[in-house]
Design a protein around this ligand. Sequence first.
Ligand code: AMP
Length: 188
Amino acid sequence: MKYYVLFGPPGAGKGTFAKMLVENKGYYHISTGDLLRKEIAEGTPLGMQAKDLIEKGNLVPDEVVCGMIRQQFDSNPDVRGFLLDGFPRTVAQAIALDEMLTDMGEELTRVVSIHITDEEVRRRIKGRALVENRADDADDDIITTRIRNYHEKTEPVIQYYKAHDKYFEVEAHGTIDENYAKVSALID
Ligand code: AMP
């Protein structure tokens, strides 16, 4: 089974490329952000716990997202592989993912990291806010918090994967199709 991580700051295009890869290559897409928004929409206890954190641009606890990932692995045994989008977002999550995969007799295939600048992050998130109606995309202060959290908590994950020889990075300053071609070339 293949396990890919699509890595990058908010607004890098992880979700967009994941959807294109699902269509073109038949992988199963797991977005922790989408799963959390679904929990919120359904008003579950987990959703209620996550709502305030997400609306302020903060991360939800590692145990919560790790549990959701494991549940997705367990309930989709027949797919050809997984595309993880928005996970891991902390080194603790990356370690937990490795432990989960080892426990399943599997290993991570590779991390495809989509690089854009902070200015591009801001511009793209604000563009997306107009289309997707996400409260965490619409507010400048919340975007600033998310960018700060990305640098402080998520960026250290890059070193973790470089040290494990799993890390591949693409510069995504072109059109969607140009950027997708670079991402797709790194995925079987
Ligand atoms: P996304 O749709 O990936 O931008 O995620 C939206 C929000 O959900 C993030 O800003 C976080 O508050 C929360 N979230 C999603 N994935 C994770 C994760 N792996 N760890 C912690 N929080 C997450």
